[in-house]
Design a protein around this ligand. Structure first.
Ligand SMILES: Cc1cc2nc3c(=O)[nH]c(=O)nc-3n(C[C@H](O)[C@H](O)[C@H](O)COP(=O)(O)OP(=O)(O)OC[C@H]3O[C@@H](n4cnc5c(N)ncnc54)[C@H](O)[C@@H]3O)c2cc1C
Length: 454
């Protein structure tokens, strides 16, 4: 038997790494505090209105079997979705979650003999010993393995306003909590902080609940996700981008114009840019990364993380009908006034303040990423013990090119690794299925070499 890995986090990242580990003769104990094995945050939703923003044909969990998800949909998946689907369909995310869950753990009997063990529990501590690593769980249990991988994904979002003075129930920090969204009156005026894909998710959920109140989305730039486009085969021509952020954006725009001039789509250019983004990011200086995050991040997010056809159509319908208004501005203050929240904000490019009054605020700014600003016990232990350090961009942990955690003394660990969103500072494009799939494969290969026969 090869390496025994402890994988902390059983979302997409943890699931795909466990599968890759098993494929190499190793075994994995996957620990998840929510018990949402395979599903994690993105695919735990039960709302059928929440669709994948990528067609089914691109969502196989098996890199060597790109048709695996579509084949599953046509077989086992028919129980969830009786309509036969093809590779270009955008299916509900909960169905994709069922696929991942099933691939990770086909049946209870097989689980008994499987090289993948699933443990529901919260990892709250880690100790690196001479030849093993020990994970402490909140219930007092522990798991000993050759190496541990942090696949802890997206942390809870950070409140973008001071909520201390707000009445209970008027501020919702977790935009994916169906119970909290259920509690919003259908007549309530709702303000979303953030205008990206999460905002569309919440607007979709509210519309599903026959919401009649006003919806406002406030974000720094007021940009909303652009539409997905029927995906063409990736143009193999390498895209060369200058390291300077402004020059790189100019080059991207020129390339997009060129593509559109010859009947192509700017989305195809973004797909090529995505392909080289991680390598490009790693070549950028810290100063260039900081400039990108300050000036170009919102632009990148709306062009890169696009809305699928239905989500895009809903967004346009809501905007055109005036049911949803998007405001570009920076929040200055939030106070209660007669059971409503008054939000003062500075409109983008203006000096004077403006204000809106709403019944409920939903935080749609997306997951928290800075280990310095989290209440998560494990993260705090890792940073305090010096086993991990924050990436200088504030996007997750500092890791080397093999995903090994870099300790406070600057030395890369041989036993602690990270995968997926917690490595965004090092790799940037590492939060979607294709990138995580590739990174999981590389990491499983490296670990199989490091611990060939434990
Ligand atoms: C809403 C949403 C929709 C998306 N849609 C798409 C899409 O359509 N197509 C696409 O390609 N990508 C999509 N993505 C991106 C991508 O699939 C996700 O980023 C990916 O699922 C990341 O998975 P993960 O396992 O790293 O993180 P998560 O899904 O966040 O899972 C992490 C898991 O770790 C567990 N955990 C955390 N800390 C501990 C601890 N201390 N102890 C034990 N367990 C712990 C949590 O319970 C959680 O289950 C979407 C992302 C989101 C957020």
């Amino acid at each position: 038997m090869g390496a025994h890995l402890a994988i902390i986090g059983g979302g997409f990242s943890g699931a795909v790494l466990a599968l890759e580990t098993r494929a190499r003769g190793g075994c994995a104990t996957v620990i998840d505090k929510a018990g949402a094995f395979g599903r994690g945050l993105a695919y735990s939703t039960k709302d059928p209105a929440h669709l994948l923003n990528v067609p089914a044909g691109r969502m196989s969990v098996m890199p060597d079997a790109p048709d695996d998800f579509v084949a599953w949909l046509r077989g086992v998946g028919r129980a969830f979705n009786p309509i036969a689907v093809g590779p270009n369909v955008y299916v509900p995310r909960h169905i994709y979650g069922a696929y991942l869950e099933e691939r990770l753990c086909p049946s209870r009997e097989q689980e008994e003999s499987s090289a993948i063990r699933l443990v529901q529990g919260e990892a709250v501590g880690i100790e690196i010993r001479a030849d093993e690593v020990c994970i402490a769980l909140a219930d007092g249990d522990s798991i000993v393995a050759d190496a541990a991988v942090l696949a802890t994904g997206h942390s809870a979002p950070r409140a973008p306003i001071d909520i201390a003075e707000l009445s209970p129930g008027v501020y919702i920090n977790d935009p994916w909590s169906a119970d909290l969204l259920d509690a919003i009156k259908t007549s309530a005026d709702v303000l979303f902080i953030g205008a990206g894909l999460t905002m569309i998710d919440v607007a979709q959920s509210l519309m599903h609940r026959e919401h009649r109140g006003r919806m406002l989305a406030l974000s720094r730039h007021g940009l909303t996700p652009l539409p997905q486009h029927e995906l063409a085969a990736l143009d193999p021509t390498p895209l060369q981008l200058p390291l300077s952020v402004s020059h790189a954006l100019r080059a991207l725009r020129q390339e997009a114009h060129r593509a559109q001039g010859t009947g192509g789509a700017w989305q195809d250019v973004m797909n090529r840019a995505r392909h080289i983004a991680s390598a490009h990011w790693q070549r950028m200086s810290l100063d260039q990364k900081a400039r990108f995050l300050r000036h170009a991040r919102s632009w990148w997010e709306v062009h890169r993380h696009r809305a699928g056809p239905e989500a895009s159509q809903l967004l346009q319908t809501l905007l055109r009908s005036g049911r949803l208004r998007v405001i570009a501005g920076k929040i200055v203050d939030a106070t209660m006034l007669e059971n409503r929240v008054t939000l003062q904000y500075r409109p983008r490019g203006k000096d004077d303040l403006d204000c809106v009054s709403v019944d409920v605020i939903v935080n749609c700014t997306g997951a928290g990423q800075d280990p310095q600003h989290t209440q998560d016990r494990l993260v705090q232990v890792l940073i305090k013990s010096g086993y991990a350090r924050r990436h200088p961009t504030g996007l997750g942990y500092d890791v080397d090119e093999t995903s090994a955690l870099i300790a406070a003394d600057g030395v890369a660990s041989q036993r602690l690794f990270a995968l997926g969103p917690p490595t965004r500072g090092a790799f940037w494009e590492i939060t979607a299925v294709p990138e995580i799939r590739r990174a999981a494969r590389d990491l499983a290969e490296r670990l199989a070499r490091l611990y060939p026969a434990a």
